[in-house]
Design a protein around this ligand. Structure first.
Ligand code: URA
Length: 260
């Protein structure tokens, strides 16, 4: 039996204060394995719907087509009809990503929200406005960086993508990173850090600490920082300063890598 319905049921019981009356179901074996390059596997903050097999396997781009894409435009063409996971049939627009295809700084968020789903562009809502202001604070315009997400289709109610959904999309993001070849990746919030690097520790602890991601034999420095949506919710001088410090460090590294 799949774990998600059981977990949803358990959480509902917990909400009702009835948890002590039942035994906690054991996690499914697969959930025990780390998702990627080490680190603890963790569940998303909000429960995802139970995972279902792809609705239309014929509309799932085969791995060789993803690997063979020689440019971002090729890749977008190859994957824009994707129905690999249950998010595909629910989308209005596929949100591939955008920006300078040779950017030295690449930003990775979680997944499209409502505005992004409507427009087919990443970070165009309130969080996007703040991201642009954050970029402005380090002297960059949106067009000078590349912006993508872990998942390309909007999760219902803007929930955190389920691990299976993130995994179905991860090869696309990794190929995007290979094609852009940024000097530095900035991960926004806990989800890209968990799904790309397998780091499940809280973003408050992880932010500001350099990590590395290996993509096609190249090690890319990664700077984790807070997600702009979190900054909007916690609009304190401390949080804003933390993000500013993280972005300054990321830009300084990208600048000096560009001169090397
Ligand atoms: N939040 C994200 O993580 N990505 C977007 O594109 C928009 C909001």
């Amino acid at each position: 039996m799949h774990g998600a319905p059981l977990e949803a049921w358990r959480d509902a019981l917990q909400d009702l204060g009835l948890m002590g009356l039942i035994r906690t179901p054991a996690p499914p074996a697969a959930a025990a394995a780390p998702p990627a390059a080490g680190g603890a596997a963790v569940r998303p903050a909000r429960l995802a719907a139970p995972y279902a097999a792809p609705a239309d396997p014929a509309a799932c781009p085969p791995e060789p087509a993803v690997a063979a894409a020689a440019s971002l435009a090729d890749l977008e063409r190859a994957i824009q009809g994707c129905l690999r996971c249950p998010l595909g049939p629910g989308r209005i627009r596929f949100v591939f990503g955008e920006g300078d295809p040779a950017a030295r700084l690449m930003f990775v968020g979680e997944g499209p929200g409502r505005d992004e789903d409507l427009q087919g562009r990443p970070f165009v809502g309130k969080a996007g406005e703040l991201l642009e202001r954050m970029l402005g604070a380090i002297g960059l315009a949106r067009e000078q960086v590349y912006i993508a997400n872990v998942v390309k289709c909007r999760p219902p109610d803007n929930r955190t993508p389920a691990p299976e959904e993130a995994r179905a999309c991860l090869g696309y993001l990794r190929r995007q990173i290979e094609l852009v070849q940024p000097a530095v990746l900035v991960t926004l919030g806990a989800t890209p850090l968990r799904e790309l690097l397998g780091i499940g520790e809280g973003i408050t602890r992880a932010r500001g600490q350099w990590r590395q991601l290996e993509v096609a034999g190249t090690r890319i420095p990664v700077m984790p920082t807070f997600h702009p949506a979190y900054v909007l919710r916690q609009y304190t001088p401390e949080v804003r300063r933390a993000v500013w410090e993280d972005l300054k460090a990321a830009k300084a590294w990208a600048d000096q890598a560009g001169r090397a």
